[in-house]
Ligand binder design. Structure first.
Ligand code: GDP
Ligand code: ZN
Length: 306
């Protein structure tokens, strides 16, 4: 057993944490010393899975600065927030066209959160084995075009048939990947397809937490047999846009960021201002109305919290 050093938090169980000196997988328990908090954070949990910490024996003595993290409001109107995970190399947003249908507003909100925290999102459209009817194929094509044009990587996969799994496995090989998406999109199936040796309990936590309103949700990291580490998140109902100023919201839409330097006014909310490059792009069809409408919806919502 190591006396002291630097390790990564791989699990939080409520009373204690499990640490491992990655890439070695040998978790050991540790507790937090006193009121240890990372300066400037106001969250319900001081340490999240993925955090790099210093430890002495079984005590965590220091939290190292995070390169990024994902956060959400504990409840919709609360100002308190909850860190879901820290130090992520990428986030997979798993979506489905049907069973269940994924709402674009949810996707856009999620992507904005990733942008705001500087984490690369990759969209995985799962269950492509189901989209055989022409109308569904069309919906799939529209979805892909919408997000690829916005600047995102979109992969088509089938956890059930194994389609695209090798590609996903290769993406996961380096660093830490967060798996997220609504309940039922196939997160646990995908994890099992990637690595059949993963603890079968993965994904089961989702169910018990979906009901609970005040989520004392515990996240956990798992090593993948093919390399890399993953964090599975219980079906996320929505991310709060924590600490995003209305003026900066459009910078988290890559297709808006590309053109907004040409807006006549600075800052520009891209709503009523004359000479707005975003609205020009919208009219020209290079910015999708679906994305622009999501932007307007988020802008409105942000105002409510201020
Ligand atoms: P989770 O809630 O996101 O973890 O989703 P699950 O992995 O539990 O999957 C939900 C349901 O979708 C299960 O019945 C799976 O068998 C099914 N499912 C998962 N992946 C696929 C897929 O690629 N194709 C099809 N047709 N069904 C899938
Ligand atoms: Zn503008």
């Amino acid at each position: 057993m190591m006396e002291q050093g630097t390790a990564t938090v791989v699990k939080h169980t409520g009373s204690h944490y499990l640490l491992s000196v990655l890439p070695e997988w040998a978790p050991f328990p540790a507790v937090i010393r006193g009121k240890l908090r990372l300066a400037g954070t106001k969250t319900t949990n001081p340490i999240a899975v993925g955090d790099r910490v210093e430890f002495e024996g079984e005590t965590i003595t220091k939290i190292l600065p995070r390169k990024n993290y994902i956060i959400r409001r504990s409840t919709n109107l609360s100002r308190e927030s909850h860190i879901i995970a820290a130090n992520l190399d990428r986030v997979f947003l798993i979506v489905t066209i049907i069973l269940p249908e994924t709402k674009l507003a949810f996707v856009d909100r999620f992507l904005v959160t990733c942008e705001a925290y500087g984490i690369r999102p990759v969209i995985l459209v799962n269950k492509i084995d189901l989209y055989t009817e022409p109308v569904l194929q069309e919906q799939l094509a529209d979805f892909k075009a919408l997000y690829r044009n916005a600047g995102y990587e979109v992969l088509e996969i089938s956890a059930r048939k194994g389609t695209g799994i090798a590609q996903v496995r290769a993406l996961c090989r380096d660093g830490l990947t967060l798996f997220s998406g609504a309940s039922g999109v196939g997160k646990s199936s995908l994890l099992k397809a990637l690595d059949p040796t993963l603890n079968p309990k993965i994904g089961e936590i989702s169910l018990s937490h979906l009901q609970g309103k005040h989520t004392t949700t515990f996240y956990e990291m798992h090593p993948l047999a093919g390399g890399g580490f993953v964090i599975d998140t219980p079906g996320i109902r929505g991310f709060g846009l924590v600490d995003i100023q209305p003026e900066e919201l459009s910078t988290y839409f890559p297709e808006m960021l590309r053109v907004m330097d040409n807006c006549r006014f600075m800052p520009c909310t891209h709503t009523h201002e004359p000479g707005c490059a975003v609205k020009a792009a919208l009219e020209a069809g290079t910015i999708a109305p679906e994305r622009y409408n999501s932007y307007l919806g988020m802008l409105e919502e942000e105002k409510k919290y201020r």
